[in-house]
Design a protein around this ligand. Structure first.
Ligand code: ADP
Ligand code: ZN
Length: 225
């Protein structure tokens, strides 16, 4: 039996957050909730919400807390997540978002916040080679993990492109905001005994294995105790 899991993934741009979040959502059979993917879909749909979000995304700024929090709250009240759990990818990104999430999840709370650690030197190379499926959000790298058919997603057949915000200026801004707004969450979750730090170096399989080991240990402990 697979009881699910309630997880979130932290880590700077290029740490492999999205890749690992997809794998973990398959492993634990829970929805993958990516705020970045949700915003990109909204942008592509051309909705009013999407037009508003685009102004922030394109330049690497954070979407205002109240917009993001409302969106995640709506998603977390659906029955699939309330029963089995979720893998949150890209949320929370600020302390107010983490506080709002804590309220949303009471009384169950999280199993674990997973921080994937990576050297900033690695990040720029990874982001330059990163490509993403516009339909399902699957991540590729033109260097070490290209789609089998160039430009087409292995998973869903969608178009694989470079993200509009993987430009030098927007990357620099996102990394700045990560240090200022998101890195403090590492201490925030550590204080609550909810943090595990994972070395992000190695193949995707190796990193997934490291994470699953820690998550299983935690879930077992919370079930037994
Ligand atoms: P990355 O981790 O490479 O920056 P994401 O796909 O997670 O990529 O996010 C892309 C963009 O979506 C961010 O730069 C930001 O504009 C917006 N975004 C995503 N999640 C959040 C969030 N939790 N709070 C504010 N903005 C967000
Ligand atoms: Zn796809």
């Amino acid at each position: 039996m697979n009881p699910g899991a309630r997880l979130l993934i932290l880590g700077k741009q290029g740490a492999g957050k999205g890749t690992q979040a997809v794998r973990l959502s398959r492993h634990y059979v829970v929805p993958h909730i990516s705020t970045g993917d949700t915003f990109r879909q909204a942008v592509r749909s051309g909705s009013e919400f999407g037009q508003k979000a685009k102004q922030y995304l394109d330049v690497g700024e954070l979407v205002p807390d109240e917009l993001v929090i409302g969106m995640v709250r709506e998603r977390l009240t659906r029955s699939d997540t309330s029963h089995r759990g979720f893998v949150l990818d890209g949320f929370p990104r600020t302390v107010p978002q983490a506080e709002a999430l804590e309220d949303m999840l009471a009384p169950n709370g999280l199993h674990l916040a997973v921080d994937i650690e990576i050297d900033t030197g690695m990040v720029l190379a990874r982001l330059a080679s990163r490509r993403v499926c516009v339909d399902c959000g699957a991540n590729y790298s033109v260097i070490d993990n290209p789609p089998r058919v160039p430009g087409l997603c292995d998973v869903c057949g969608g178009e694989v492109v470079q993200r509009d915000d993987d430009t030098e200026g927007a990357i620099r801004r996102r990394l700045e905001l990560y240090d200022r707004e998101t890195a403090p969450l590492i201490a925030w979750y550590a204080e609550r005994q909810l943090l595990t730090r994972i070395d992000g170096l190695g193949t995707p399989d190796e990193v997934t294995e490291r994470i699953v080991l820690e998550v299983d240990r935690r879930i077992l402990r919370s079930a037994g105790g």
